[in-house]
Write a protein that binds this ligand. Structure first.
Ligand code: ADP
Length: 420
């Protein structure tokens, strides 16, 4: 009967060794999935490689795309820190040969190997005796080498090679992820810069528009008052159009409040009724221009809320502007205020076009409008409610919309925390 060689697993010591190695590899992959920080991850991978193979040091060399040389990116062991940044030529080095041939290399005694690049050892006063190096690939491309040096008490074997190949592909994934995250971060920074430029431009442009618009509005009002019957309709149209334009320009000026900073808030105790009155006065002309019945229901008892007065008034007028805009001429818009538990509420009701129930949350998203932007009958940038929500969040307050449905009117509530 032919005798069969016992598989290594039959040897209890080998089996234990295998389990320890696999446990270590699992540990490495667990760390890999818990963080994206490159340096600590490579440390973990190199320490595992060192430990599993019983080596004196481990290093990762990457191909420098500009020069084609290899450069130590990370290294462990006695001289690890000194190695980082050092260059190794592709020709005349073991690491370079690994890249050139695209396969792993084991050298048990480097002293007689012409491929060994001695300069590194000389520079850091280290003696390399044996080397195990495996290529690292990213999406099929050779990008670097994972190298182990000086196996204690023996030679590198097939097991070592297999384990280091696994760790090399882990290192490649780690580096690839970190590069992707890096380029994402750079792209995000670029987008944020552009976004800021856009916001700044809109803020400056809208600010500049305000003065000439104020003049147009002023003269339009004078013309309207003085016009005889024939001219009256023209003057009305001019006045109403410039009122709408003012609302638009104000919306543009307020765009920056979408990213409202905590530091920009000046919170203090404010009278709910006085805020209600200011907001009412601000949009009165707009409501009158639409022939709306515009009612201010004052609370029986005032309440003190915590608010940044100017920003809170802006949040309320945004909602009022909508109620006026999305209600057909001659409609009813009611602004009321009152205390509800630990909050002071401002409520805006209208009997206008209403909102489909499934849209009452989405309308608070920036640039979301219920009407198709291409066939819209109503002007607007689609940011008023998003700004209102941002402002309310900075007040630690709330804002929400309710509507029985299209054609049934809407109700918006802004809830501010009470003072004291
Ligand atoms: P804009 O008014 O510039 O379109 P907003 O962010 O202020 O942008 O409002 C988003 C959308 O919410 C509006 O386009 C409209 O579809 C809907 N909406 C807001 N308020 C009302 C309201 N009172 N009645 C009906 N629809 C409204």
């Amino acid at each position: 009967m032919a005798s069969q060689a016992a598989p290594p697993e039959a040897d209890p010591q080998a089996l234990q060794q295998r389990i320890a190695t696999l446990t270590r590899l699992v540990e490495v992959s667990r760390v890999m999935s818990s963080t994206l920080q490159l340096d600590p991850l490579l440390e973990v991978i190199m320490h595992a490689a060192e430990e599993i193979t019983g080596s004196e040091g481990a290093s990762i060399l990457l191909v420098e795309p500009r020069t084609g040389d290899l450069q130590f990116m990370a290294a462990t062991g006695q001289v690890g820190q000194e190695l980082i940044g050092m260059r190794v030529p592709l020709e005349g080095s073991i690491a370079g040969t690994i890249i050139a041939e695209g396969r792993a290399i084991i050298v048990d005694d480097v002293s007689h190997d012409p491929r060994h690049y001695r300069e590194v050892d000389e520079k850091v006063a280290f003696e390399t005796r044996s080397v195990l190096g495996v290529p690292m690939r990213m999406r099929g491309q050779l990008v670097g080498v994972l190298e182990l040096v000086n196996k204690a008490g023996g030679e590198y074997g097939e097991d070592d090679l297999e384990n280091i190949e696994t760790l090399a592909s882990m290192a490649a994934v780690t580096i690839e992820n970190s590069r992707l995250v890096g380029s994402l971060e750079r792209a995000y920074a670029e987008v944020s810069k552009l976004d800021k430029l856009k916001t700044d431009f809109i803020a400056v442009a809208s600010h500049e528009l305000r003065t000439p618009l104020g003049i147009i509005l002023g003269y339009a009002a004078v013309l309207r008052d003085d016009a005889d019957n024939e001219m009256r309709a023209y003057a009305d149209a001019l006045y109403n159009a410039s009122l709408k334009m003012r609302t638009l320009v104000e919306g543009m000026t307020n765009l920056r409040y979408l990213q409202l900073d905590e530091g920009e808030m000046h919170l203090e105790p404010v009278s709910l009724a006085s805020m209600q009155r200011t907001a009412y006065d601000e949009v009165y002309d707009l409501a009158a221009a639409q022939d709306h019945i515009f009612i201010c229901e004052e609370p029986a008892e005032d309440a003190l809320i915590v608010a940044d007065r100017a920003k809170a008034v802006m949040a309320i007028t945004n909602v009022l502007n909508n109620a006026i805009k999305f209600t057909p001429p001659g409609g009813v818009v009611i602004l009321s205020a009152g205390r509800h538990g630990r909050e002071g509420w401002i409520t805006v009701r209208d009997n206008g076009y209403g909102i489909p129930q499934e849209e009452t949350e989405r309308i608070f998203e920036p640039f979301y409008q219920v009407e198709d932007p291409l066939t819209r009958r109503h002007g607007g940038l689609g940011i008023g409610l998003a700004i209102t929500r941002a402002v309310m969040q900075r007040h630690r307050g709330r804002v929400w919309a309710e509507s029985p449905g299209p054609g049934e009117g809407s109700r918006f509530t802004l809830a501010f925390p009470l003072a004291g």
